[in-house]
Design a protein around this ligand. Structure first.
Ligand code: ADP
Ligand code: MG
Length: 260
C-alpha cells in the first residue's frame, strides 16, 4: 500500500519544502521506497535536492502533465531523478506556471496528477507532494490524489491566520473530488520556545483548531542549521544529525509511519 501525503499551505516560507524533504528522507531511512514530487514552479524542492538550476532540467513534472493531458503512455521512471539519500524526485521548474494555466481548458483538470500517481503508486510506499504557495489548480490536483494533507504552519501571527482558506479548500476537495482525504495534522514549524510570542501562538492554534483537527505533537524548532540545509543538497540528518531539528523531523517521521 502506498500513502500519498500532500504538504500544503498557501503561505510561503512556512517550511513546506523543508518538511517534504526531511519527512521523505526520514521515511526512506526507515527502509521505505519514497517519491518526492515537486509541485511548485519555483522548484525549491528540486533545488534543495541538488538540482541548482531546475529551469535547465530536460524532463520535469511539466512533461508528465503533458503526457497525461495528451493521454500518452508514461515510460517507467520517466522524468524521475534519484537522490543519494535513497529517495526519488519528480522535479519541477518555472514551466509548471504555464502548464497550470493551460490546464484551464482541460477536462477533469483537477485530476491530472491523480492519473499519474495511480500509474506509479505501486512502486512506492510513500509519495510526498510539496505544494506551491497558492490554492490554485495544481494544489487542488495534489489534494485530489492525496490520502492525507500535512499542514506546516510557522509559529507566527500571519501564517496562522491563513489556515481558514486552506481548510475550506481541503474540505471542498474532500466533498467533491476525493472523499478519502484526511488531514494528517498541523505541524508547527520554526518554533522559538524562548519567546512568549511563540508560546501564545501555539496556545492559540491549539485553542482554535485543536478540537477539530490534530495539532501534531512534534514541533519543529527554529534553527539556523535548518535554514542552512536548503543550500546543501542533503537532509538535516546528514547536515546536522545531532541537532534538535534532526531529532524533531525524525520524531515526525515516526509519527507519520505509525499513522499509516
Ligand atoms: P516553504 O516551502 O513553505 O516556502 P521552506 O521550506 O522553503 O518553506 O522554508 C522557508 C525558509 O525557512 C528556507 O530558507 C528554509 O531554509 C528556512 N527554514 C525551514 N525550516 C526552518 C527552521 N526549522 N528553522 C529556521 N529556518 C528554517
Ligand atoms: Mg516551498
Amino acid at each position: 500500500m502506498c500513502k500519498v501525503i500532500a504538504i500544503a499551505n498557501q503561505k510561503g516560507g512556512v517550511a513546506k519544502t523543508t518538511t517534504a524533504m526531511n519527512l521523505g528522507i526520514g521515511l526512506a531511512n526507515k527502509g521505505n521506497k519514497v517519491l518526492l514530487i515537486d509541485n511548485d514552479p519555483q522548484g525549491s524542492l528540486s533545488i534543495c535536492m541538488g538540482y541548482k538550476d531546475p529551469d535547465s532540467l530536460e524532463l520535469t513534472i511539466v512533461d508528465v502533465i503533458e503526457k497525461i493531458v495528451n493521454e500518452e503512455d508514461i515510460p517507467e521512471g520517466f522524468a524521475i531523478m534519484h537522490h543519494s539519500e535513497n529517495v526519488d524526485l519528480l522535479p519541477s521548474n518555472i514551466g509548471l506556471s504555464a502548464a497550470e494555466v493551460s490546464l484551464v481548458n482541460v477536462m477533469s483538470r483537477e485530476l491530472v496528477l491523480r492519473d499519474y500517481v495511480e500509474q506509479i503508486k505501486d512502486q512506492y510506499s510513500y509519495i510526498i507532494i510539496d505544494c506551491m504557495p497558492s490554492l490554485g489548480v495544481m494544489t487542488v490536483n495534489a489534494l485530489a490524489c492525496a490520502d492525507t494533507c500535512l499542514i506546516p504552519c510557522a509559529a507566527a501571527f500571519l501564517p496562522v491566520k491563513g489556515l481558514q482558506a486552506l481548510l475550506k479548500t481541503i474540505y471542498t476537495v474532500k466533498r467533491r473530488l476525493n472523499s478519502k482525504l484526511e488531514i494528517e495534522g498541523i505541524l508547527l514549524t520554526m518554533v522559538d520556545k524562548r519567546t512568549n510570542y511563540a508560546k501564545e501562538i501555539i496556545a492559540e492554534v491549539n485553542e482554535v483548531y485543536g478540537k477539530s483537527l490534530r495539532v501534531l505533537p512534534t514541533e519543529i524548532p527554529l534553527s539556523i542549521r535548518a535554514s542552512e540545509t536548503s543550500a546543501m543538497s542533503k537532509s538535516i540528518y546528514e547536515y546536522d544529525p545531532k541537532g534538535k531539528v534532526a531529532s524533531a523531523y525524525s520524531e515526525l517521521t515516526d509519527f507519520v509511519a505509525d499513522n499509516s
